[in-house]
Design a protein around this ligand. Structure first.
Ligand SMILES: [Zn+2]
Length: 88
């Protein structure tokens, strides 16, 4: 009878440890996913309208050898137009 209680106790311990390690696993997986997501979505600022947006959705333009990213083509065109005005 005592052995049965012992077995039951060990079984409960086993289950507790198992569910705990499962939680840990899920947590680390979630953290990995969020960090990967952050790498995918680098937030950068549109130099024209000063709005933050994910870099991969931005419009890339190279101006005077420098890379610029804009939230839209309109912003890129307006920024380029402004640059042209400054040069004059
Ligand atoms: Zn913009």
């Amino acid at each position: 009878m005592r052995l049965l209680i012992l077995i039951g106790f060990f079984y409960l311990c086993y289950r507790a440890v198992k569910s705990f390690s499962m939680q840990q696993y899920k947590q680390s997986e979630r953290m990995e996913r969020t960090s990967r997501h952050e790498i995918d979505d680098v937030m950068i600022k549109d130099p024209y309208c000063e709005v933050y947006f994910p870099q991969r959705t931005g419009i890339k333009a190279i101006i005077n050898g420098k890379e610029f990213f804009f939230c839209s083509k309109e912003c890129r065109d307006k920024f380029l137009a402004n640059k042209g005005d400054e040069a004059k």
